[in-house]
Ligand binder design. Structure first.
Ligand code: GLU
Length: 428
């Protein structure tokens, strides 16, 4: 896999929370506050469709290996289902269900016309050759064509998948259709209909909301230190863009461990070092920290940009940051959320903080459907408008209900999906 792949960071081993239970608890809190009708609540707290596939892949040595994968559509009320595909040994159906529900709220919050979906394959891509990875991707793509299509369900990159993986999916669907179907996936290479600005979009969105949150909390970016967990697509680009925006990046980590320098890490040099060595650990002028220690460092801002369940009831009492910006999906458990809130720590929730990726995915899909491509400056400006607007709508709700930003974001998102459901009515 290339350096631009979204890499996964080890999960916090102490407390294992089922992400699907977390997702449902977060939804329940919003439904309660919205005083939502019982039957509507019952519909929205479950996924609409779940596809489980088991398929053989020929390994380079001629043997066959059977893999299990999932594509789950939580909701399609506001438009086609949208969401990434992850390759990871710990993928489970419940994880993919949670991620699909989070996609529904994320798309509703930034008000793009999509429902939510997610896919995953139980595999450690590090153990596969490039050819094996291509065969696995193509076969999985073929298995899920039951659901995917430019008008029904549009995959994108997620943990351990990248533009090359999207190109293989696009090619597989196109070969099976007999013509090119660029709009079936987003996050593709630009040569085949990918968008300017898409690779950096999630990190750009993280940076935009971090700046907005600093304004709200009266924190000065130039005197704020940041720790970023995860150095894949989201973490590494957040590090670059937050450094450019004036923040001091004091710690980062990848799967192998973390590095810390309270005076600040030179991210451009670190990227060169990572290119050469494949890791961030051992970078000159930094001291080593574990992924768990990184979360508890004395910094102003914490950006968990790896996997779920990193901030738990076990470590939440020891978090020192004043602001958490969730680059990852589901990094904070509901129990940890309550502890952080009671300690006065502000959390910009995942469904907003990492929504830059799917927002530019939406721009990519629109460009593909129209075969008309935009300049990067236009994409970045539109992204900023959308993120700032959603940030303000989230804050308005949080302020008027005196609740957390997460609940504020859920109030905006869930009520949009609820209203769309009501106005469409029940078929037949
Ligand atoms: N995987 C990313 C996410 O979790 C991007 C999804 C997309 O672009 O569809 O938001």
């Amino acid at each position: 896999m290339t350096a631009t792949t979204e890499t996964a960071t080890k999960t916090h081993p102490a407390i294992v929370t089922n992400p699907w239970e977390s997702a449902q608890r977060q939804f329940d809190a919003a439904a309660e506050l919205l005083n939502m009708d019982k039957s509507l609540r019952a519909v929205l707290r479950e996924v609409r469709r779940e596809l489980v596939v088991r398929f053989p892949v020929r390994m380079d040595n001629g043997s066959l290996k059977i893999y299990e994968g999932y594509r789950v559509q939580h909701n399609l009320t506001r438009g086609p289902a949208k969401g990434g595909i992850r390759f990871h040994p710990n993928v489970s159906l419940d994880e993919v269900k949670a991620l699909s529900m989070w996609m529904t709220w994320k798309c509703a919050l930034v008000n793009i016309p999509y429902g939510g979906a997610k896919g995953g394959v139980i595999v450690d891509p590090q153990e596969l050759s490039m050819r094996e990875l291509e065969r696995l991707t193509r076969r999985f793509a073929s298995e899920i064509t039951l659901l995917v299509g430019p008008e029904s369900d549009i995959p994108a990159p997620d943990v351990n998948t990248n533009a090359q993986v999207m190109a293989w999916i696009m090619d597989t669907v196109s070969m099976e259709s007999g013509y090119s179907v660029p709009a079936v996936v987003t996050g593709k290479p630009q040569e085949i209909g990918g968008s300017e600005g898409r690779p950096a979009a999630t990190g750009r969105g993280v940076t935009i909301v971090a700046l907005q949150a600093c304004k709200r909390l009266k924190m000065d970016p130039a005197s704020s230190t940041v720790a970023i967990q995860g150095f894949g697509n989201v973490g590494s680009i957040s590090a670059q863009l937050m450094e450019q925006a004036g923040f001091r990046i004091a710690a980062v980590s990848d799967v192998y461990g973390g590095i810390y320098n309270p005076a600040g890490i030179d991210i451009a040099k670190l990227l060169e070092y990572r290119e050469e060595t494949g890791k961030v650990t051992g970078f000159e002028g930094t001291e080593p920290v574990t992924n768990e220690e990184l979360l508890e460092l004395p910094v102003d801002i914490l950006v968990p940009a790896a996997l779920e369940n990193q901030l738990t009831s076990e470590n939440a009492p020891r978090i020192k940051a004043k602001l958490v910006v969730e680059g990852a999906n589901g990094p904070t458990t509901p129990d940890a959320d309550a502890i952080l809130e009671s300690r006065g720590i502000t959390v910009v929730p995942d469904i907003l903080a990492n929504a830059g990726g799917v927002t530019v995915s939406y721009f990519e899909w629109v460009q593909d459907l129209q075969s008309f491509f935009w300049e990067e400056s236009e994409i970045n400006a539109r992204l900023e408008n959308i993120m700032v607007k959603a940030f303000n709508q989230m804050c308005e709700q949080a302020d008027s209900h005196s609740c957390s930003l997460r609940l504020g974001a859920y109030l905006v998102a869930v009520s949009r999906v609820a209203q769309a459901t009501q106005v469409r009515g029940i078929y037949p």
